[in-house]
Design a binder for this molecule. Structure first.
Ligand SMILES: Nc1ncnc2c1ncn2[C@@H]1O[C@H](COP(=O)(O)OP(=O)(O)OP(=O)(O)O)[C@@H](O)[C@H]1O
Length: 241
């Protein structure tokens, strides 16, 4: 990538829960405007890392920097959007009311608020369901609403933990279309996944296994380097079985 500017710097990050070391000396740069995928099996440490990048958790040692500021930093909260793995929604409220609640938190008010709510619901194709209570939503609809909430305040960095889990292939494609659109607008996206075909859609990937970053590169580079034809095989070749 030409003229790449790092907006996320992970420096010697380790994390332990008691005696269990979950991240081990992770070093990584993520560049402005790229879609960066963190790929690894369940329990590899992906969520633990992205939680730190979103300011929700701290490392045992090492530092994370976002826009050159050491995390966690409250100043950055408006510049980062985070979608957790499990949906944090108010079930008894409608989608609109959920969005209004989060919009208020981000200081979005009046017409700007209602406009933005409409825009994000259109993007995730839920506009027709905006007034329904969340308790009537399917799992996939809840995921899409969580995505809409993460997009509300137009963050420069969007961190998505398994964004398309429980979403059918057709909608998954349209959500990836939305990701590319955001990238075109200059947003940096960090996406965790263990779906291999999704990994291929990222600009660059970090392969993570048992808390260690075992390789970083474009999908093409990773395949070339391991002389394989799929990300799955490349992952295995790097010892990520
Ligand atoms: N708060 C916690 N206390 C103790 N152990 C934890 C805690 N959070 C995570 N872990 C452990 O850290 C390891 C990594 O978990 P993490 O959720 O980061 O993995 P992951 O790669 O995101 O997996 P998945 O794809 O299943 O979400 C797991 O063994 C998990 O049990």
């Amino acid at each position: 990538m030409e003229n790449k500017r790092s907006c996320v710097s992970v420096r010697h990050i380790s994390k332990s829960f008691g005696k269990h070391q979950v991240l081990e000396d992770i070093n990584l740069d993520i560049y402005e405007g790229e879609i960066f995928g963190l790929l690894g099996p369940s329990g590899a440490g992906k969520t633990t890392l992205v939680k730190q990048l979103s300011g929700l958790d701290t490392p045992t040692s090492g530092e994370n920097y976002i826009f050159q500021e050491k995390m966690p930093d409250l100043k950055l909260i408006n510049r980062i959007g985070y979608m957790a793995q499990s949906d944090a929604l108010y079930e008894e409220l409608s989608a609109k009311e959920n969005l209004q609640f989060f919009a208020e938190l981000y200081g979005l008010k009046g017409t700007k608020q209602s406009q933005r709510i409409k825009e994000v619901m259109k993007l995730v194709q839920l506009l027709d369901h905006i007034n329904k209570p969340i308790s009537t939503y399917s799992g996939g609809m809840k995921r899409r609403l969580s995505l809409a909430i993460a997009l509300l305040h137009e963050p420069e960095i969007l961190i998505l933990d398994e964004p398309t889990v429980g979403i059918d292939p057709v909608l998954r494609k349209s959500i990836w279309g939305a990701f590319y659109e955001l990238k075109q607008q200059g947003t940096t996206l960090i996406v965790t996944t263990h779906v291999m075909d999704e990994a291929d859609k990222c600009d660059r990937l970090g392969l993570i296994r048992e808390g260690k970053l075992i390789a970083v590169g474009t999908p093409q580079q990773l395949k070339e380097e391991t002389k394989t034809t799929s990300i799955e095989d490349a992952f295995l070749a790097y010892g990520g079985a």
